[in-house]
Design a protein around this ligand. Structure first.
Ligand SMILES: [Zn+2]
Ligand SMILES: [Zn+2]
Length: 340
């Protein structure tokens, strides 16, 4: 089968044998696999050269190993790429499995073969059955939605608060939609691309701000936001965010790069700003699936197109070069389709 393989200088297409499921695995026919921003910036040692990429995928169970109990042939499933953890460290036992030291060891599409291929064999602990109302096309975005959901939920924001979101990529847009659904009254999104600013307003932003238009403090309207979300991976954003948040505000960071952020320590201290990180998800995966199944969160505006596996290198180029693209789904079964 044709698969997209991680190499340090970019993804390459290779012919690979169809995977054989082990005793604890299910063989999944991939319906859709999303390409993530973290795939575009994939690097060793987390990503292993020669691994099939793709960690945002859904599909149909074709075969199950001898020890698989909860899933059967024909089940519609989503894959939680971080579903295999040690299960007995203090973090696993206290509901924070995202902090387990083993979380990177199995990571599907990163350390183990993933879903940018027609077939994937994955451990049963990664599988979630799709609720009836969830289409494959929309459920393919459950992983980034779970990431955004944890960032928003763990920030402490409640009904009636105001917020500022930095970045109009998939995580920023999904965070915006969640803030709107969750009762934030005023949501500013800061994003340089005009197309992404339009999308931000479409998914629920009160206003979308072009950071190139002037000092951010002058572009904001109304009371200063108390909750900030950085989904950019651009370190300079932390300085802006700390500068404009209201006293007592909280900045939740979920995007990062290898460059270090810097900010004015006096802003942090005099305003008692809290800086915090949010990493992947724990129980949010289930909740995100339910939000997609019920239509509570509409992920359709994020989908920029559906391409076959053979187009993965071109899709990486397009996503890296054009802010118009938010999320490509890859599917040999549905390439070019706008349904299902
Ligand atoms: Zn992702
Ligand atoms: Zn653990």
């Amino acid at each position: 089968m044709r698969a997209a393989i991680f190499y340090p200088d970019g993804p390459q297409l290779e012919e690979r044998p169809e995977p054989t499921p082990g005793a604890d695995d299910a063989l999944v026919q991939v319906e859709y696999c999303g390409i993530c921003g973290s795939d575009l910036h994939a690097a060793e040692p987390d990503f292993r050269a020669g691994t099939i990429m793709g960690h945002e995928f859904v599909g149909t169970v074709l075969e199950v190993g001898a020890d698989v109990r909860e899933f059967r042939v024909g089940d519609r499933v989503a894959v939680n790429p971080n579903g295999v953890v040690c299960g007995h460290c203090e973090f696993c036992r206290s509901g924070r499995a995202n902090l387990c030291a083993d979380v990177w060891k199995y990571s599907v599409g990163v350390a183990r073969d993933g879903g940018l291929a027609p077939l994937a064999a994955v451990d049963q602990r990664t599988l979630y059955r799709l609720p009836d109302g969830a289409s494959f096309r929309h459920a393919a975005l459950v992983e980034p939605l779970a990431v955004a959901l944890r960032a928003v939920k763990s920030s402490g924001i409640t009904l009636g608060d105001n917020a500022i979101v930095f970045g109009g990529g998939p995580i920023g847009l999904l965070a915006t939609a969640l803030l709107r659904a969750g009762g934030a009254t005023d949501i500013s999104v800061v994003e340089p691309s005009a197309v992404r600013r339009e999308k931000a307003v479409a998914v629920g932003a009160t206003r979308a701000i072009d950071p190139g238009a002037g000092p951010l403090a002058e572009l904001l309207v109304g009371p200063r936001p108390r909750y900030g979300f950085d989904a950019t991976g651009v370190p300079e954003v932390v300085k802006d965010a700390v500068g404009v948040l209201a006293p007592g505000g909280t900045l939740t960071i979920s995007g990062w790069s290898k460059r270090l952020p810097s900010f004015a320590a006096q802003d942090l201290i005099f305003k008692e700003i809290t800086l915090r990180g949010s990493f992947i998800y724990t129980t949010e995966f289930d909740a995100a699936l339910a939000m997609i199944a019920t239509g509570r969160i509409d992920v359709e505006p994020l989908i920029s197109g559906v391409l076959p596996v053979s187009e993965v290198p071109a899709a990486f180029d397009a996503m890296g070069n054009s802010p118009e693209v938010t999320k490509f789904l890859i599917s040999d079964l549905h390439a070019g389709s706008t349904e299902g």
